[in-house]
Ligand binder design. Structure first.
Ligand code: ZN
Ligand code: ZN
Length: 397
């Protein structure tokens, strides 16, 4: 059975500047870029942060040789929303065609986005100039309140409250409705109303939740951003079905985003925190959220019993006995009589205590990252990070 399926993919969710800190990897460090595939296959790209580079590589690979077409909507010209453009390889290939939409900046005047592209690739900031961008490009300047249609998808733009201006966009597709409203500071009646009107009844609202409510009320007032609490208010007042917290602060480690999400869920259960690689499917059947594989460590098949406690989809707590089927391991610390060389390879074989059949042996290849001479009872402390193993000790699923 065919049904109208719209698919949204998050390629960048971080606000302001990309992050590479390890404590931000789980939500992701690339700046804003979303891909929306309408049910008829029309592709929209929302914002051009650093996530755009990965989307470009994925499109090039998936559509090998075929021309890539997309409608690219830019919310505003701050760095984090445009800095991926020079690294979007499909722009440098003549068989591709892109339709850009953005607004006319007060300081740049007509053809603002063309000027931005030229400036980004100008000397001495980039090795090649804009003439190397051989893909066909056309540009349309839109404004708040404007509505238009692209192959069956209705788009509405609305002004948000942000320094130098920012547009929020709504997409009404045959699969469902999505509102992308990032970079907005609440508290100005006109814009607050714009946002509620734009978001009214939407299946999915993606909203700026950069700061905590406390930060927003004090030292971050006037920076043009919002909080999870404001997101919850908008979601309730506009009768939105699902709220996605977006534009995470570069100085927010994963555990801070976790805390925003859990606070928001207390107030509005259908809330998610935008995560790099997250997908949202919208159809007559409803909205489905999925997160791509995020375990980085090597996986090893193993069976042992565990008691698992957690929270069900409906918010109730559960506890059950279960079997762990595989484990991914990042590294270990052990005590040795030997003195392994720093950055040399090592193999560690772990046996589960009391396992006569050796059925739960874990064989792991690692690289030594730490060495402590005589750390414990004359043995040396050794840190190891497990690495890709071409011949794992056990077959995988
Ligand atoms: Zn931003
Ligand atoms: Zn901004």
């Amino acid at each position: 059975m065919t049904h109208n399926l719209a698919k949204l993919v998050f390629w960048g969710v971080r606000g302001s500047t990309p992050t590479l800190e390890r404590d931000t990897w789980r939500y992701g460090g690339n700046t804003p870029c979303l891909e929306l595939n309408a049910p008829d296959g029309t592709r929209f790209i929302l914002d051009c942060g650093t996530g755009l580079r990965m989307l470009g590589n994925q499109l090039t690979q998936a559509l090998r040789g075929q021309g890539i077409r997309a409608h690219i909507l830019v919310t505003h010209f701050h760095w984090d929303h445009i800095q991926g453009i020079p690294f979007f390889h499909p722009l440098f290939e003549s068989q591709n065609h892109f339709h850009f939409y953005s607004f006319q900046s007060k300081s740049l005047g007509p053809n603002s986005l063309q000027q931005v592209l030229q400036a980004q690739l100008a000397s001495p900031y980039f090795p090649v100039d804009v003439t190397m961008m051989t893909a066909a490009r056309d540009f349309r300047e839109v404004t708040g309140g404007e509505k238009w249609e692209v192959r069956g998808t209705r788009i509405t733009a609305a002004w948000l409250n942000h320094p130098q201006g920012c547009l929020g966009y709504r997409f009404d597709t045959a699969g469902g409705s999505i509102v992308y409203a990032t970079d907005n500071e609440p508290g100005v009646a006109e814009f607050d109303q714009n946002l509620r009107q734009l978001a009214h009844g939407a299946d999915v609202l993606i909203y700026d939740a950069q700061y905590s409510p406390e930060q927003l009320a004090t030292d971050r007032k006037g920076w043009g951003h919002s909080s999870w609490l404001e997101g919850v208010k908008v979601a309730r007042e506009a009768k939105v079905r699902n709220l996605i917290l977006f534009h995470h602060d570069p100085d927010s480690p994963d555990k801070v985003v976790d805390s925003f999400l859990s606070a928001a869920r207390q107030e509005f259960p259908a809330t998610w925190a935008a995560t790099e690689g997250m997908t949202i499917n919208l159809s007559e059947r409803g909205v489905g959220v999925a997160i791509r594989e995020s375990r980085l460590g090597q996986r090893r098949r193993i069976r042992f019993n565990a008691t698992v406690t957690g929270q069900s989809e409906d918010g109730t707590a559960f506890e059950e006995k279960a079997t762990v089927r595989d484990l991914s391991l990042q590294g270990a610390y052990l005590c040795l009589n030997s003195r392994p060389r720093l950055q040399s390879e090592m193999r560690v074989v772990i046996e589960a205590a009391g396992d006569q059949n050796r059925s739960s042996v874990l064989s792991l290849r690692g690289t030594v990252v730490h060495f402590d001479l005589g750390r414990e009872k004359n043995q040396n402390g050794v840190g190891v990070v497990f690495i890709e193993d071409p011949e794992p000790g056990h077959p995988r699923d």
